[in-house]
Write a protein that binds this ligand. Sequence first.
Ligand code: NI
Ligand code: MN
Length: 224
Amino acid sequence: MKLIFLGHATFQLVIDGHEVLIDPFLSENPVAPIGPEEVNPSHIVLTHGHGDHYGDTEAIAKRCGSTVISSVEIANYVAKKGIASHPANVGGSVTLPFGRVTFTPAWHSSSLPDGSYGGMPMGVIIEAEGKRIYHAGDTSLFGDMQLIGRGGLDVALLPIGDNFTMGPDNALEAVRLLKPKLVTPIHYNTFELVNQDADAFKERVEDETESSCLLLAPGEYLEL
Ligand code: NI
Ligand code: MN
């Protein structure tokens, strides 16, 4: 499978011919390498309702007929706009044609574009082709990351931008709890408020933990 980083917290996953988007923030994303018209996902997974994650969900889902998988509140919100959706909630797993999606807790908030409540913000574990990938969503550090790591993680996608989420110090602590084979930092250098030195983070991950760290520039991908 291929995990293509589209900037901020947006990923395009290509798994056995299926295209899946996580948090498709493209048209308003200053670092996105492609626009919303250049994707064609069968499924869109949303961690929460904030604009920098919900992004172009409506336009993409309407054009491509994609199914949105997210909290029950977000699923109901998009369903009212005529978009196919699958409601879930924290702790729940959904088996889909490309693999299994499990929602984890995330310490954050979640409101939708019209200001309505978006349910609990979440992280997501994607299991496919024998691999296990954790996208933490927007979150602080929390001790239960240790439980998330227990099943073994091939990749952890962790926010390091600070201000709205963990910063590099706490993300490093998260790596110690999750023990992933590989860490890729996300949610940084998109706007001034989340500017960080990712090279310094990578150096600390590789010096101070057992994990490797891969920095992806928007448009770059990792293959598993
Ligand atoms: Ni957010
Ligand atoms: Mn965010």
